[in-house]
Design a protein around this ligand. Sequence first.
Ligand SMILES: NC(=O)c1ccc[n+]([C@@H]2O[C@H](COP(=O)([O-])OP(=O)(O)OC[C@H]3O[C@@H](n4cnc5c(N)ncnc54)[C@H](OP(=O)(O)O)[C@@H]3O)[C@@H](O)[C@H]2O)c1
Length: 309
Amino acid sequence: MPSKKCLAVVGIGRWGKNLLREFDRVALVEWCFYKGSPETKKWLKKNYPGIKTAASFDQILHDQSIDAVIIATPIKAHYELAKKALLAGKHVFVEKPITDNVKQAQELVRLAAKKKRILFVGHIFSYHPVWAKIKRLNDVEPFKHASFVWNKLGTFNEELVFNLASHDVAMALDLFGSSSTSLAPNKLVLDKPTSIKTIENSGMVTDSDIIYIRLGFKNSRSCTIYINRVSNFKNKTITLATNKNVYLWENDRLLKLDKKSAAFKLIYQSTKTPLEIECTEFIKCITRNKKPHTDGGFGLGVVRVLSKI
Ligand SMILES: NC(=O)c1ccc[n+]([C@@H]2O[C@H](COP(=O)([O-])OP(=O)(O)OC[C@H]3O[C@@H](n4cnc5c(N)ncnc54)[C@H](OP(=O)(O)O)[C@@H]3O)[C@@H](O)[C@H]2O)c1
């Protein structure tokens, strides 16, 4: 049994806490680093008293025992931290989206290749077991259209498109913009959308809180993405149509429309969480030098689309 990989988690906010919990199960989290909020300090002391808090990011980079750095800071900070970590020879897991602009994403992709390090972007839905099932269905009976609908309240601290639409754009590219199949995932080539249209963009709390986008792809395939972050209820659904069938993804369930009874019937339910699959996959990638499905190139493809919306 090989020894556990040693990690540092940078950014221990809402999402970083989840990553820390999950990575602590599959690896050895030695260090963490954040801006210094007293709440985070208290939380770490209570929940992870054995994990050291670094005085600076450089302290982590100088530690030769650290194999990889996990970055879960606000999007603006991704680039600098990922760049420094790659230059120091560490593998990098960076939360989605990889950066908030194309130029910096390209630079990280080039740097990871030069340093021969894994650059993994946390596009979590790509690791959802229901998504894996959808990709298998797509191989047999290609989907023509997908409708992504997401209602929630907040958060408002990041820009809507980069923070939230990044999830849906990543799935759309994975499904319609990828020339690979689930049988040959290593042959992934991302095709750009043939059209990107913003149908609606309204601001209530910030400049943009409700957005409706349409992406067109080759062979008359398309998707629409509707996100409302000023909603009083929370739901995320994806409706997918082939020439013959309609499917609905809701939470951990995949349903198929029975046209005779006009009712959706359950065809698949997942038991594992996407986060545990994603974190395990990252460790596998750095252990076996395996190219991640959501590598820097995939993350760059997502940012290219986001920056055009
Ligand atoms: N995959 C998903 O489903 C998912 C879901 C939510 C968010 N995310 C992603 O996760 C990332 C973090 O989001 P969040 O909601 O967790 O943010 P958050 O709650 O604001 O937490 C940000 C954390 O980063 C720390 N931080 C800020 N600037 C830093 C810097 N320059 N260097 C080091 N640490 C820094 C903060 O320190 P303090 O604790 O001292 O303030 C805090 O711990 C974003 O990239 C977001 O897109 C992903």
